[in-house]
Design a binder for this molecule. Structure first.
Ligand code: FBP
Length: 266
């Protein structure tokens, strides 16, 4: 259903831009990622929804257990793949299936998401997963968000602009409708990343917590100036002392282009 996919894309990014709260870290990194007060997924999801975020991205089971908090209030992106850090290090470059596209349909999501570690020794297996997700997403009319993460023994610097561009190019040539990738550290370099995406919306992946939140907002500002469509952020929000305020500030930068120094006051 091509119309269904376009409708959902429009609902996900009504203004063409968006702020998405990523919340799959309990599996990807383990519960130690969260301040103790946020150990129950409902606590942080409640705060983020209240702050008025555009969308939340979760695994199917987490989306289900928090459904009363987000239904009718914000859009949902169902992430289908994940992995734990309990695995031996060299096995962490492969994700596994945590659900099905049908879960996204049942939950009333706007999109599905899956990770591809480009350059990993498991690239082939990850691509099979990706196309399994993609095939059903197309069938049901759901956009597919690719977490395009170049990563593996052959990749020295995963934030290098040429490497990120390669991942983005591979994402568009594997049919991603939305791309989430690393910030390359400057406006100029990120402009090249956006160009490489050739019109497919690029969202910045939040990344590790910045020492100063204002610096994170400056990165987001550069992403927007470079033609990026927004951000998918987890840690820089849920590790912030005021996660709701952090979301509001990011929304100001993305949607209203308010300078970070101003936006941080919200
Ligand atoms: P962050 O903003 O916390 O970086 O969240 C984005 C994300 O892609 C999550 O969806 C995922 O759990 C995590 O980063 C993966 O992080 P890592 O770089 O350690 O694999």
């Amino acid at each position: 259903s091509i119309a269904g996919k376009e409708l959902r894309l429009k609902r996900l990014l009504p203004s063409g831009r968006g702020v998405v709260f990523a919340f799959d870290h309990g599996v990807e990194h383990g519960p130690s990622d969260f301040p103790r007060e946020y150990i129950n997924p409902r606590t942080i999801i409640g705060k983020i929804i209240e702050a008025g975020v555009d969308a939340v991205m979760m695994l199917p089971a987490t989306a289900f257990m928090t459904r009363d908090l987000w239904i009718g209030k914000t859009s949902l992106i169902v992430k289908i793949t994940s992995k734990t850090n309990l695995r031996p290090e060299n096995e962490r470059l492969l994700q596994s299936i945590f659900g099905y596209v049908e879960d996204a349909v049942a939950l009333g999501a706007e999109a599905v998401a899956a990770t591809v570690y480009w350059g990993s020794q498991y690239e082939d297996a990850m691509l099979r997963q990706w196309f399994e997700v993609k095939r059903l997403a197309e069938k049901y009319g759901y956009p597919s968000l690719q977490l395009s993460y170049p990563r593996g023994p052959a990749i020295k610097n995963m934030y290098d602009v040429e490497i990120v561009k390669y991942g983005v190019r591979a994402a568009i040539e594997s049919g991603a409708d939305l791309i989430k990738t690393y910030y390359t550290g400057s406006l100029e370099s990120f402009r090249e990343v956006v160009e490489a995406a050739s019109g497919i919306p690029v969202l910045m992946s939040g990344g590790a917590v910045r020492e100063r939140f204002i610096d994170f907002l400056r990165d987001v500002e550069n992403v927007i100036r470079a033609g990026g469509r927004g951000v998918v952020v987890g840690r820089n929000v849920f590790r912030h002392k005021n996660p709701g305020g952090a979301i509001r500030a990011i929304m100001k930068v993305v949607h209203e282009e308010i300078p970070p120094e101003e936006a941080i006051k919200y």
